[in-house]
Design a protein around this ligand. Structure first.
Ligand SMILES: CC(C)(COP(=O)(O)OP(=O)(O)OC[C@H]1O[C@@H](n2cnc3c(N)ncnc32)[C@H](O)[C@@H]1OP(=O)(O)O)[C@@H](O)C(=O)NCCC(=O)NCCS
Length: 314
């Protein structure tokens, strides 16, 4: 088995592996990976996707890619056929990861590497990261079955209004995210949350690009302080399968917390998706974010998988 630069290959070489991976995303996470797979294949044909392929007898049996975002490298994906089942697949995963990590750590100007590998059970690929000096954070993939039953109104203060997210909320949303995540464990995992420009990039990725599903404005809401006309909280959702919604962001400003605004935002999204016959709403949350995990459990979310987020700072 050889590890080769991904840029030696075309979409035709990689397509069978991505079709296999798309089935796994669907089975494990109810997630339609087709849009992401198409984007990856276009990048492969354009020879602009840095990464590695594991090749056995002329066939690609695994791959990993990364992207550069300024001084940060983000590992976008790692997938090996039968990964997690065959002992030799683990070996292939480790070899791909070591190549990717070493390439990024040796890239001039790269001071930080992030990775969140949802398909890999917590611990499954941790060794390669930990041995290279990465920090590891357990994260939960949770989901809530949606029912068409009417959703009760949640009592909340009269000064807060919940309304749909709209384009003019773009800038204020970025400011809200930056404030809501100050000193938060998720800002250790994703450094975009630490600045206004980073939060704008995060929003841009979610709203304009199909990386994390397709943004769904109808089930995205803001909590507005009526008198001050300022945002107190927001929830953003994407469609990750025709009938599955995913919360890509939910946060409330510190001074407004514990007033059921978070719960109201989740209820608004849930009610909208149920009305449109979505079957499921999913989200990911850092295990150490105990308040959020507790809130989601109370609302009926169930943990489907535990995966790891990895961070390296050089
Ligand atoms: C998680 C978050 C959105 C919850 O919003 P919220 O408006 O405080 O949530 P609610 O008032 O509806 O529910 C609060 C309940 O959840 C728990 N909880 C959530 N955040 C809490 C906090 N900071 N302090 C105490 N309890 C909290 C408690 O069980 C609480 O119940 P209680 O107030 O009756 O004790 C908010 O804490 C937040 O923005 N955190 C930072 C960003 C974040 O972690 N987002 C989620 C990422 S997955």
């Amino acid at each position: 088995m050889e590890i080769l630069d991904l840029r030696h290959f075309s979409s035709a070489d990689l397509r069978p592996l991505l079709e296999d991976e798309t089935r796994v995303w669907s089975r494990l996470l109810s997630w339609d990976y087709g849009g992401s797979a198409d984007m990856i294949l276009r990048y492969v044909d354009a020879k602009i996707l840095p990464g590695y392929a594991a090749v056995e007898r002329g066939r690609i049996c695994g791959y990993a890619f990364f992207v550069y975002e300024g001084s940060k490298g983000v590992i976008g994906d790692l997938y090996v056929t039968n990964g997690g089942r065959l002992p030799e697949a683990h070996e292939v995963e480790s070899r791909l990861l070591v190549h990717v990590i070493e390439t990024l750590q040796q890239s001039p100007g790269i001071h930080r590497i992030e990775a969140q590998l949802l398909l890999h059970e917590s611990g499954a690929v941790a060794r390669s990261f930990v041995e290279q000096g990465f920090e590891r954070h357990a994260r939960l993939f949770m989901s809530l079955p949606l029912t068409p039953a009417p959703h009760p109104e949640i009592p909340r203060e009269a000064e807060i209004e919940i309304r749909r997210w709209a384009e003019p909320d773009y800038q204020p949303s970025a400011a809200l995210i930056t404030t809501a995540y100050r000193g938060h464990v998720d800002a250790d995992i994703n450094d975009q949350y630490r600045s206004l420009s980073g939060s704008l990039r995060f929003l841009n990725n979610i709203v304009r690009f199909p990386g994390c599903g397709t943004f769904d404005p109808e089930s995205s809401f803001v909590a507005v302080h009526k008198r001050a006309r300022s945002l107190a909280g927001l929830i953003l959702c994407s469609r990750v399968r025709a009938d599955v919604g995913h919360v890509t962001q939910v946060c409330v400003l510190p001074e407004y917390r514990s007033r059921r605004i978070g719960e109201s935002l989740l209820a608004a999204a849930t009610a909208d998706l149920s009305r449109r016959n979505f079957s499921t709403l999913s989200l990911t949350v850092t295990e150490a974010n105990a308040h959020a995990v507790e809130l989601y459990r109370r609302l009926g979310f169930d943990t489907k998988r535990v995966f790891d987020a990895f961070v390296w700072e050089g």
